[in-house]
Design a protein around this ligand. Structure first.
Ligand code: FE
Ligand code: ZN
Ligand code: FE
Ligand code: FE
Length: 207
């Protein structure tokens, strides 16, 4: 069954290539073309995330300014420090691939940052604003996780082992930042819940 299938496909490629020698040459060219196209895509994605990271070094301080919870401020400050290092790491990846570090506007990150700013304009300081900042922040982290997951995979496929390792380092930081934001959200909810419970107890005892 499998054998007849593979025979069939061999036949097809021979038919298209004409002579078997031509088919082989074509096959090699196809491989080179695919790899240079992947390289081009890799470079484009790298320019995109480079712009995004640089934009985030300006956006995160605004989120810090609007945050109330000490845990949230701390999480954002930590990630701001990581983000500044991530910018440099992207520059290293450009260098490793022999390309100039160029930023290309990321429409998606621009939109996510715009949404974060809208949320911060509309909310009043406190728990609700914090919840909005966490939500916006997690959308940013998820975008970055998707981007670095792809970039690392491309680098591996292209045989750029060192670049792949750098991209994985950042990928893990983005995952960590996302988890930290979840943690902060849950602990804030817990604090509110326990405060409400306290209120109920007080009411009961005063009856
Ligand atoms: Fe980042
Ligand atoms: Zn992007
Ligand atoms: Fe983008
Ligand atoms: Fe991040």
């Amino acid at each position: 069954m499998d054998k007849s299938k593979s025979n069939g496909s061999n036949h097809a490629s021979t038919a298209i290539g004409g002579s078997s020698k031509r088919a082989q040459t074509k096959g090699a060219h196809k491989g080179e073309m695919q790899s240079s196209q992947l390289m081009k895509l890799f470079e484009e994605e790298l320019k995109d995330i480079y712009w995004a990271e640089k934009a985030l070094t300006k956006a995160i301080p605004k989120m810090i300014k609007n945050a109330t919870s000490g845990d949230l401020v701390e999480a954002l400050e930590n990630h701001l420090g990581e983000t500044e290092e991530q910018v440099k790491r992207v520059e290293q990846v450009f260098e490793l691939t022999g390309k100039k570090a160029v930023a290309k506007k990321c429409e998606a990150m621009e939109g996510l940052i715009k949404e974060a700013e809208e949320i911060m304009e509309e909310c009043e300081e406190g728990a609700m604003c914090d919840a909005g900042i966490i939500s916006a922040g997690q959308k940013v982290e998820h975008y970055e996780i998707a981007s670095y997951g792809t970039l690392r995979q491309f680098a591996e496929t292209l045989g750029l082992t060192e670049a792949a390792a750098l991209l994985e380092e950042t990928l893990n930081e983005e995952k960590g930042a996302d988890e930290k934001l979840t943690e902060v959200a849950l602990s804030a909810v817990n604090v509110q819940a326990s405060e409400e419970e306290e209120e109920t107890k007080t009411k009961r005892s005063s009856k």
